[in-house]
Design a protein around this ligand. Structure first.
Ligand code: XIL
Length: 354
């Protein structure tokens, strides 16, 4: 009986706190028909932090898993698949009326040793990737809105990267290393496994017009002419306050991909503050300006449908181990930063929080 009373009290308390709350970013984004999201980290530290999942669901209507859908997590041993983490993300999204952006099937990083050290022939590697995509994309079929089918396949000069296990597939008979046929195959295999998800090519450093984005543009245009099912481009947008892309170039780049009919997602934005200046008001304002510049470009691009940050709070970010800090919209104490207010104001047209 006591337990029942406690439960009733607890639910009243949480209902009260929920209704007293300020709206989250998702409320402002929904008015614009925009998906707004972040990368969800499922570590012991985040799962034992009572604010983490709750705040995540309050702010975002879209979730991308930071790790659990990567190859080393979904197929840690040959033919042993593990969907626990991914299924958790799907359930979490379902419980909070959020969508899932799935990441990623084909990448040079986060592959298990059995793949990278397996000394496989090109034909065997193609078989491994095909099975992986069929099984993983098949498992999440109907549960995710999109897949990053291929992640980071081009280098900064616009050549196909040679890093990681998968480019070697194109050393097989009738193939040319460097032509990227394995990329085309990955998209076809994903489409066979999941007929409805939007299929994305995702990369960093291709936000503005430069040799890398030129090469991706040409590759995707030709692939689409050849019937390869590529429907979206993800611009990761890992930048810092001193290295933001040029605004005019960014907008022109978004426009040319949009004009091809491609859906655009800003997939992993963070704006690092170098030199430990994460509390400096000028640095925080500069950070807000970069976020606003990119969000405005997205809002002004007809096919830009989603905007995601690579995390939620500065408490948990992959950049804390680098010489960049405080890159996200909420600080280490979950307080809303100038960049948060600036994004909210842009989406919503009001200054409610100030
Ligand atoms: C990162 C994770 O955030 C790190 O925790 C991990 O150690 C390495 O991968 N581009 C991507 C993401 O597409 O998957 C990367 O995520 C960050 C860069």
């Amino acid at each position: 009986m006591k337990a029942v009373i406690l439960l009733v009290l607890l639910s009243l308390v949480s209902a009260a706190s929920a209704s007293n709350r300020q709206p989250g970013l998702r409320d402002a984004a929904e008015k614009r028909g925009l998906l707004i999201g972040g990368a969800l980290r499922l570590y012991a530290s985040t799962l034992s932090d009572p604010l983490y999942l709750e705040t995540f669901a309050h702010e975002f209507n879209l979730v991308v898993p930071e790790h659990v859908m990567k190859f080393e997590n979904t197929q840690p041993e040959p033919n042993r698949y593990d969907f626990q983490g991914g299924d958790f993300v799907v359930q979490f999204a379902h419980d909070h009326e959020m969508k899932v952006r799935a990441h990623t099937l084909t990448w040079h990083d986060a592959n298990p040793k059995w793949v990278t050290e397996g000394q496989f022939t090109p034909g065997q590697l193609a078989g491994i990737l095909h099975d992986h995509i069929a099984t993983v994309a098949g498992h999440f079929r109907g549960k995710v809105i999109s897949w990053d089918v291929v992640n980071e396949a081009f280098d900064e000069n616009g050549n196909i990267q040679r890093e990681g296990p998968w480019p070697a597939i194109d050393q097989g008979a009738g193939r040319n290393l460097g032509h990227g046929d394995y990329i085309r195959d990955a998209f076809k295999w994903t489409r066979e496994a999941d007929p409805d998800a939007l299929l994305f090519y995702n990369d960093y450093g291709a936000e503005a017009i430069n040799p890398k984005s030129d090469a991706i543009y040409r590759f995707v245009m030709q692939a689409r002419l050849d019937g390869v099912p590529i429907q979206g481009i993800g611009f990761q947008m890992h930048v810092d306050i001193n290295s933001a892309p040029d605004e005019a170039s960014l907008r022109a780049n978004f426009k040319r991909f949009s004009d091809l009919g491609l859906v655009i997602h800003v997939t992993e934005m963070d704006v690092g503050i170098p030199g430990g200046r994460g509390d400096d008001p000028d640095a925080l304002q500069a950070q807000a300006d970069v976020y606003v510049m990119v969000m405005r470009a997205c809002l002004d691009t007809p096919t830009c449908q989603a905007f995601l940050t690579w995390g939620l709070t500065d408490k948990y970010t992959w950049l804390n181990s680098r010489d960049e800090s405080a890159p996200l919209l909420l600080d280490v104490d979950y307080q809303l930063k100038p960049a948060y207010f600036a994004i909210e104001e842009l989406l919503d047209g009001s200054k409610r929080h100030r």
